[in-house]
Structures are given as C-alpha cells and as structure tokens.
Design a protein around this ligand. Structure first.
Ligand code: IVH
Length: 661
C-alpha cells in the first residue's frame, strides 16, 4: 500500500479507537498500540507533508466531547505532551531546549506522569465554579457535579485570586481500584482493565452519585489562564498551589541538566510499583516561566516539556493455546500460551489464568485477543478478553478432570478455587518440589531449572529432594543436553547449598502454607530440626503468627513418614542448617517499629528484614507501644498519630543511619 493509502487507513483506525476510548470508555487496544498507530501516522506525515489533512488526528490532541455533557470551551487550549522513549530522544529534547535558550545547562522540574485523565478546574475568587475534561483540547465536557465528589478537590481555596484555571489529573489509587473491582466482580458486574479506565468511567457518569461511589483522587500540576497571581517559575507555582489548598504531588524534583533528569527517571522507575497510584513516565518541564514563553509550542504540544515514557506494562495479543501446569502442591494452573509480545520490558509468551474459576469468569478461549499485564516482577496475567475482536464462537475451554501428567482424577479443594492432583507419586508434583527446593530464598541452587527438574524426575535419577545430593558429574552428563561444565557447576552449587540456615531449610521443604515468614518464625522458635519434627499441634500453635490451620498443615507434613525420611536423608547427606543468630543489642533490639509512606532507598520488605535482623519487630499500626515510626514520602495518618503520641519519627536518612550504627 502506498503512503497515502496507509495514512488514510491509520486515520480511520485512530478515529475508531479514539471513539472507543474517549466516548465509550471501552478501549480495545492498549495505550502502547494506540501510540504506535499515531506514531506511524506522524512519521508518514512528516515524510510527506502534502498528505496532512486538516481533520487528521495528528492535528488534534485526542477525543471529542460526547453528547452526554454540556460543552466547555477552554480559555486556553489544553495541550498534550510529546513523548520520548529512550535516553537518546531525551537528549535531543534537552539539546533543542538549550539551543533555543542559548544555555549551557537547562533547569527542569520533573514530575511523575500520572496515568489518569487530564481535567481543568476553574476557580473564581477562590471558589470552585467549573470543572471539565480535556476533550479535544479546545472543547471539553462539563463534569462539574462529578468533580465535586472528588474528595481531595478543594471547593474553597485559602487564596482568592480573581480567576484561576488549574490543570491536573484525575486518577484512581491502586488500592481503591482493587477494592472497587472486587466489589463489581462479586456483584456480577463487568470489571475494569486498569485504574485509568475505571477513573475515566467514573468521571463520565451521568449521575454524580455514581461518581461519588467510585473513589477518585486529584493531583494538580499546571495553570491555564490566571488573573491576580503570577509566578517566575514552575517550582514556586507548585508550592503556591499547595499552599492554596490543592493536592500537589510531593514527588517532584528540581533537576539541573540532563544527568540529573536521568537520575530522577531511574529512581522513579524503581519506585513505580511501590507507589500507591499508577504512573507511566516522567514529565520533564522547563522551570523558568520566561524560558517557557520563549520556547513556545508546536502544533498542540509545548516545546518546554516532554513525557519520558516508561516501558508499557499492558499489551494485547492472541491466545494460541491454553495449557495446564501441575505445581508442587498438585494445583492445576491454566496458562495461556501467547503470541509473543513485548510488555513490561520483556517478551512474554505465557500468562497465568490462575485457576478454573478465574478462567471461567474471564471466559478465555483459544484464538481470543486478550489484554495482558506484566508489572515489575509479577507473573504476567491475562486481564481480560477483548470480546469485540472474537471471531466466530470458539469452543469454551474444557478444564481437565484428570491430571494431565499422571492421569489421576483431580479433586477440587473445597475451600479454594483450586483443582488438585492428589497423587503422591505424580512426577509433576515432585519436579515442582525440586524446583522450589532450589529457588533462591530456599536452598539457592544455581542451575537447577524447570526442565532439568522434570528430566531428573522422568529419568528416575531423583525421587526425593535428598537424592539431589547423590548426583555426580557422570550421572548428570548422562542426561540430555547437559555438558560437563554445566554438570560440574551444578555439583558445586549443590555442595555449596549444604551450608544453609534453618529458615531456608524449613522453607525449602515446601510444607503447604509455610512461606518465608512462617519458616523464619519456626526457625527462631525451634532452633533445630529435631525439635520441629517432634512438635505437636499445640506446640506449633504457640509459634508467633502460626494459627490452627497452619499448625495442622505442618504437623500433617511431618506425620507423613516419607517426608520425615526425606528430612533425615538430607541431614545425612551433609546438609547443615544453622540456627538463627541471637540478635545483637542495638538501637532496634526489642523495639517495635512501624513503617509508613514510600521508602525509596530500600523498599518495605527489605526495611522490615533489616529491622527484624536487628531484633526489632515491625507492626502495622501506631500505638503507645511503638518505639519508632519510619516515615517515607507521602506519609499520612500514621505520621500524624505518631506525632500526637510523641513516638520518635525517623525519616529515611535517619533510619539508614540508625541501621548502620
Ligand atoms: S503537564 C502542556 N504534568 O499527560 C503540558 N501532564 O500528554 C500539560 N499528565 O494531558 C500537561 N501527569 O493528562 C503534565 N505531571 C504532569 C502530568 C501530566 C500526567 C498527563 C496529562 C496530559 C498528558 C500529556
């Protein structure tokens, strides 16, 4: 197809998706795919300027105001941001800025790019009078009554300039989204793909009571037309907005030059998943207002700001097959085999469907187009079927009634939604146990992956975890695809793993319901294997955080002769689990600590581990018994309470210093 034909095709596709996105709140493709279409069109039009038509979507910011709401003409156009996707493109932006302003080093303000909806709020003499969506940037929709329901939107300001147009983002916090989706699911209603779509839906409800029922939040970040105040730079503007009573993101950074911007970007990427809201990039803005004026705008985007996007975490692809995996507990997990797709920074070929109920609820069928999501290190999952793209009526997936590996009739766990293979000799279960045994938080045996575990079980070379220690280079080399070097490395790794800690050892056994935390508590309580083996249910219940159900599970595990034999065989093979060291006296020894806010340096789990390693206890709520509150960014009610009670508050730096001491 020639450029003209392709451009026309792209315009039609983009118009269609814009309509689905902005008017129907039912996107069919991910933001990344949409961006790709738009970018392709921009590229064609840049190379062939004669092909640009006045109605081309490249000439507009996005959607159109729908018929549902009254129209609002923005006093000043609501612009959109140009995107950059890598460091080279960021450098080009910086270069353009410096060249135009004739500067050695440019000064920026960096803010998280909130993944929500742009809105404009109008205040007259300090009172909220009108709020609107962006629409096409020129004309938006009047959603004032809906915006009034947003809890952190100030209706009256502490400052009262004649006119104030404020721009910001409406979004839904991750926790609020999860809660709302769960309620919808329980009520049999359709769930939302992500917080952004659910915020979009909520904002455009015709009845404000429906909006109020869906918890929305606001951050403001720019101004439109203002009368009665002015600012020399963006930083001061944000400070003023905060003082006036607006919610302004406290995660904002002044950056001098490109190197500093890069640092902020890396840092924010690292924090992305621990933040309570979704962000999809970093917005880099020139700080000085007169610089902004000098830079101006091109088409609908300012030349003084850019969005440095993060890799997308959602994508759509096709389900090529649905396979059933059998795990170490015998649980049958349906897995969607996908047409490979790049998402969350890696190429994903499989995504979990969790269990039979989940599969039925989502009604995923072979051949379907689906949204998939991979956030951070989380296992990729199928979020939703794109039903409008379903071709014909593919057969519903028939969940097997027999274990696909050993053929045993599966049993449904009455309490959980899980189907399990009950056979104690199922090779898939044994391979899963070996794999778990070898994982990093367990025995940490490098080189013992899924395939090898399956092979070791299938060939009969390994029947229990203890048999691993009988392997030698010759036996390993007899297996398919294992060279001498890998075999030797594995033997060395096995040897190294013998020296371990009791908590790792207990965790490695794969006792149902015993995760890392319980394994640690058990290690501290019993301090040696024989004491644990001998414990009855009552004794187990006395262990910190072990309830009756977990106690019974542990007891039953060791009551099973084969498990007991396996543990003894491991010890005989030379595995020596060391008891936990008694914690040394230090500032955290015997102290109760509460963590709050976002910790940017080490993350909560690590902070908790560091405290516990020093003999401290981490608790979830502040009380008179709390010794320290570690307050990260955006600490809220816990910080207020700690101050009220006179609890010692540590910021991140003070906390780090105390850990060192
Ligand atoms: S500034 C002219 N700051 O990104 C610049 N936008 O494509 C106006 N966004 O429509 C926007 N976080 O919905 C700005 N900290 C932030 C932002 C932000 C998210 C969104 C906003 C805007 C879109 C630009």
């Amino acid at each position: 197809m020639n450029a003209q034909g392709r451009a026309q095709q792209l315009r039609e596709q983009i118009a269609y998706h814009n309509h689905r996105y902005y008017t129907l709140d039912q996107p069919e493709i991910s933001d990344a795919s949409f961006d790709a279409l738009l970018r392709e069109l921009i590229d064609i039009e840049t190379a062939n300027p004669q092909l640009v038509t006045p109605d081309s979507p490249t000439q507009r910011v996005g959607g159109v105001a729908s018929e549902k709401f009254a129209k609002v003409t923005h006093r000043q156009q609501m612009m959109s941001l140009g995107n950059v996707f890598d460091d080279a493109e960021l450098s080009e932006f910086d270069e353009r800025v410096r060249k135009s302003l004739n500067l050695e080093v440019a000064e920026y303000v960096c803010e998280p790019k909130m993944d929500g909806l742009a809105i404009e709020l109008v205040y007259e003499h300090g009172r909220f009078v009108q709020g609107s969506t962006r629409g096409d940037g020129v004309i938006g929709e009047d959603v004032t009554p809906n915006l009034r329901t947003v809890r952190n939107l100030p209706l009256v300001l502490k400052e009262a300039p004649t006119l104030l147009e404020v721009r910001g983002e409406i979004f839904m916090r991750k926790a609020d989204f999860a809660k709302m989706n769960k309620q919808r699911e329980e009520a049999g209603e359709e769930t939302f793909v992500n917080p952004r779509n659910s915020a979009a839906g909520a904002l455009r409800q015709l009845d404000p009571r429906s909006t109020a029922a869906r918890p929305l939040s606001l951050f403001v970040y720019e101004l439109g037309t203002v009368e009665g105040v002015s600012f020399e730079n963006h930083w001061k503007k944000l400070e003023w907005l905060e003082k006036a009573g607006f919610p302004v993101n406290s995660r904002r950074f002044r950056a001098k030059g490109l190197a500093h911007v890069r640092e902020v970007y890396e840092r924010l990427m690292g924090e992305r998943h621990s933040l309570p809201y979704e962000i999809d990039g970093l917005v880099v803005k020139v700080d000085q207002e007169d610089h902004r004026r000098r830079l101006g705008q091109v088409s609908k985007t300012p030349r003084w700001a850019i969005a440095y996007k993060f890799p997308p975490e959602e994508a759509e692809t096709v389900v090529e097959n649905i396979a059933i995996q059998v795990g170490r507990t015998g649980a049958l997990t349906p897995v969607a085999n996908l047409k490979p797709v790049f998402v969350g920074g890696v190429t994903v070929t499989n995504a979990t469907l969790h269990n039979e109920d989940e599969l039925n609820r989502k009604d995923v069928r072979v051949g379907d187009w689906v949204f998939i999501r991979r956030a951070g290190d989380v296992i990729p999952e199928v979020v939703k079927v794109i039903t409008s793209k379903r071709v014909g009526e593919p057969a519903k997936f028939a969940f097997p009634t027999q274990c696909p590996v050993c053929g045993t009739l599966v049993l449904k766990d009455p309490e959980k939604a899980v189907q399990r293979c009950p056979s104690e000799t199922c090779p898939a279960k044994m391979a899963g146990r070996l794999r778990h045994f070898a994982t990093r938080p367990a025995m940490d045996i490098d080189g013992l992956g899924d395939k090898l575990c399956e092979q070791l079980v299938a060939t009969g070379a390994v029947k229990t975890q203890a048999d691993l220690y009988k392997l030698d280079v010759a036996k390993l080399m007899a297996l398919e695809r294992l060279g001498e070097k890998s075999a030797q490395n594995l033997v060395d790794a096995l040897e190294r793993s013998k020296k371990t800690t009791l908590r790792r050892f207990i965790y490695a056994l794969g006792i149902p319901q015993v995760g890392e935390a319980t394994a640690k508590a058990l290690a501290e309580h019993f301090r040696a294997v024989p004491a644990l083996l001998a414990a009855d249910v009552e004794t187990l219940k006395a262990v910190k955080d072990v309830g009756p159900e977990v106690a019974r599970s542990i007891f039953e595990f060791f009551a099973f002769d084969e498990n007991k034999r396996m543990v003894h065989a491991l010890l005989e093979a030379g595995v020596t689990p060391a008891p936990p060291e008694a914690s040394t006296a230090g500032p955290f020894s015997g102290k109760t600590v509460v963590l709050t806010g976002t910790l940017s340096k080490m993350g909560r789990d690590q902070a908790k581990e560091e405290i516990e390693r020093r003999g401290g206890k981490v608790s979830g709520s502040v009380s008179k018994k709390t010794d320290f509150l570690v307050a990260g960014a955006e600490a809220g009610s816990k910080l207020t309470k700690a101050k009220e009670l006179g609890v010692r508050v540590l910021d991140e730096d003070a906390f780090a210093a105390l850990l060192q001491s």
